[in-house]
Design a protein around this ligand. Structure first.
Ligand code: KG4
Ligand code: ZN
Length: 338
């Protein structure tokens, strides 16, 4: 079965072709460098760029996969969550394609796609804790099965990737900032003890995160001009990683789970990968670098899993949404089976 995957939830336009027998045949990602001068994603520009980039990206994805549109059996797209005016570009394109080639459409949740990107490399046993760390999300989810999710906690303010980007902007390092901070930190030392927000939180907020205070503390330190960029990057990254891993391990304990799947753009972070390799008694999984940040392959694969489960597509009037927690998505889909 050939599945087309479309991703447009933020600033990357991506189309991929997944073959259930041969795996990923193509995965074309067009990143929008136009946001560089803003130091963040500017929604209207992002949507305009998606409309410009979509057809060339689709064309290349089909050519790379050596197939034509008529070979596609199922069309999938990220429907939520994300920037709504970006999402509707990919979703409208997916609906038009599905309608014109008369093939089923399967909606995918963005966070779900990040998590199941890991399955493109290796089937992972359930249950596991998913630590989703991206530009828009920081979440802990207990994944009991495909479509059986328990939301454990998330950020109360900024997402981890967003904080990486804002700290990088304060140091004039360009956008996206995560990869630059990651590289700088490799030559720095953790000499500044930044706050680890909510790390010892008890009660109902114990699995929630808050990174805006840490962000402010780091930006203040940058302005003082005492420490090198490398040391600030290493100290900041250290505070983030310690906080993320403490809560992830607490979740493993509480739910008696021995597997953790890390997903989303920040899962590319080299220090995070190094730190999890030191943890004993828990199996950690993270995607290959090209599948960490937004891509169509993770969408095609998750759509394939959904189509395999129901053996049918969904109604064309299922709409894109800016917000929807992963645990609520399967329920939302229930009214839209064809
Ligand atoms: O998953 P993603 O492509 O988009 C969202 O769904 O938000 O994640 C993008 C985020 C950006 O904030 C970027 O700075 C961050 O992932 N990122 C990293 C690294 N590579 C990308 N953060 C830390 N270290 C990295 N190596
Ligand atoms: Zn993402």
């Amino acid at each position: 079965m050939i599945v087309l995957g479309i991703e447009s939830s933020c600033d990357d336009t991506s189309v991929a072709v997944y073959d259930s027998e041969r795996g990923i045949l193509s995965n074309v990602v067009s990143s929008q460098f136009i946001h560089l001068e803003f130091g963040g994603v500017y929604p209207e520009l992002a949507a305009r760029e998606h409309t410009k980039n979509f057809l060339p990206v689709l064309d290349k994805a089909l050519k790379d996969a050596k197939i034509s549109l008529n070979d596609v059996d199922v069309v999938t797209a990220t429907f939520m969550p994300g920037l709504i005016i970006s999402l509707v570009v990919g979703v409208s394109a997916a609906k038009s394609l599905s309608f014109s080639i008369n093939k089923p459409i399967v909606p995918v949740h963005h966070i779900e796609a990040h998590i199941f990107a890991n399955f493109l490399v290796k089937e992972i046993e359930y249950p596991f804790i998913a630590l989703v760390v991206s530009g828009g999300h920081t979440e802990l989810i207990l994944v009991k099965d495909f479509e059986d999710y328990l939301y454990i906690g998330g950020t109360l303010d900024d997402a981890v990737g967003e904080v990486f980007d804002k700290v990088a902007r304060a140091m004039d390092l360009g956008f996206p900032g995560g990869p630059v901070i990651d590289r700088l930190a490799q030559n720095g030392k953790e000499v500044i003890k930044f706050p680890r927000p909510m790390i010892n939180e008890k009660g109902e907020n114990r699995f929630n995160f808050s990174f805006s205070g840490l962000k402010t503390a780091v930006i203040k330190e940058i302005r003082k001009g005492i420490h090198t960029k490398e040391d600030i990057a290493a100290s900041f990254q250290g505070a983030i990683i310690e906080t993320l891993l403490k809560k992830t391990l607490d979740a493993c304990n509480e739910f008696n789970v021995k597997r953790v799947v890390i997903a989303g753009g920040v899962s590319a972070n080299s220090k995070l990968r190094e730190e999890v390799s030191k943890i004993k008694g828990i199996e950690f999984y993270y995607p290959p670098l090209n599948l960490c940040t937004d891509n169509g392959a993770m969408v095609a694969f998750t759509g394939f899993k959904r189509f395999s489960k129901y053996k049918k597509g969904f109604k064309l009037d299922f709409e894109a949404k800016a917000k929807c927690r992963i645990d609520r998505f399967p329920q939302l889909l229930r009214d839209f089976h064809t």
